[in-house]
Design a binder for this molecule. Structure first.
Ligand code: NAP
Length: 248
């Protein structure tokens, strides 16, 4: 079950954290994975080389999802060169925290540009390829924060809630083409993004998680593999929560 042999997957932000775990898990199931990054070339290379060392197929691709023309061009080139594109994991995202009264306009714009416009650019370019094949899987990595909100994360929450609207719209638009589109909403996951939290903050968060632990990137990657697989063929427009029960 859940094998992905012969399929091509692109994972944006695959060089670190949740994206890295998704790239490694998809490759372990047999997919040829393109590990996207924007700055961290060394980290992306390490991910791809690790996959190849374990007998899998991977390569790296630099593009900034906040740059729509560059993103569309890169996805088109990858699909042409590899001859197909079966799975797209729109994972790349940034969080710039700040209380509402102090939030800077440029930080709102940056988060909207990468998290929302970037995801739309990825969906547009990948559906173009998938439409011709009449099959495809798109997975957006949203967040529990988009569902429940959070102090100091108004702009980030807006971008992550937007992804849920995007998921449902793209799912409806491409269902007739056999392209399924779903979102994952991770809870608090141990990555560079959450690394900066002090112990007191982590204690506070732990109290809100019924399963009693902060999640690992692999917890999210398992959901990603499922949604990418043939076994998830009848699931589209859905939101899969991987949050330890913190929002039900
Ligand atoms: P992370 O450790 O900070 O990694 C972010 C990844 O995104 C890196 O690979 C980074 O590439 C890439 N990236 C950032 N901006 C990019 C851009 N403009 N174009 C292309 N790639 C870009 O983050 P994470 O915690 O794994 O989060 C991954 C996703 O999960 C995000 O969308 C985040 O909002 C979501 N999420 C995270 C959590 C959590 O608790 N960690 C919870 C819910 C949702 P470089 O290495 O090149 O910088």
């Amino acid at each position: 079950m859940f094998r992905l042999d012969g399929k091509v997957a692109i994972v944006t932000g695959g060089s670190r954290g949740i994206g890295r775990a998704c790239a490694e898990a998809l490759a372990a199931q047999g997919a040829h994975v393109v590990v996207n990054y924007v700055k961290g070339e060394a980290a992306a290379k390490e991910v791809a080389e690790g996959i190849v060392a374990r007998g899998g197929k991977a390569e790296i691709a630099a593009f900034d999802v906040g740059d729509t023309p560059a993103t569309e061009k890169a996805i088109d080139e990858i699909a042409k060169r590899l001859g197909r594109l079966d799975i797209f994991v729109a994972n790349a995202g940034i969080a710039i925290d700040g209380l509402l009264l102090r939030v800077k306009e440029e930080d709102i714009d940056r988060q909207l540009n990468v998290n929302v416009k970037g995801a739309i650019a990825c969906a547009k370019a990948s559906t173009k390829v998938m439409m011709r094949a009449k099959v495809g899987r798109i997975i957006f990595v949203s967040s529990v924060i988009g569902e429940m909100g959070n102090v100091g994360q108004t702009a980030y929450a807006a971008t992550k809630a937007a992804l849920l609207g995007i998921t449902k719209s793209v799912a409806r638009e491409f269902a007739s083409r056999n392209i399924t589109v779903n979102a994952i909403t991770p809870g608090f996951i141990e990555t560079d993004m959450t690394h900066g939290m002090n112990d007191a903050m982590k204690e506070q968060i732990l109290k809100a998680i019924p399963l009693g632990r902060i999640g690992g990137a692999k917890d999210v990657a398992s959901a990603c593999v499922y949604l990418a697989s043939d076994e998830a063929a009848y699931m589209t427009g859905q939101v899969l929560r991987v949050n330890g029960g913190m929002y039900v």
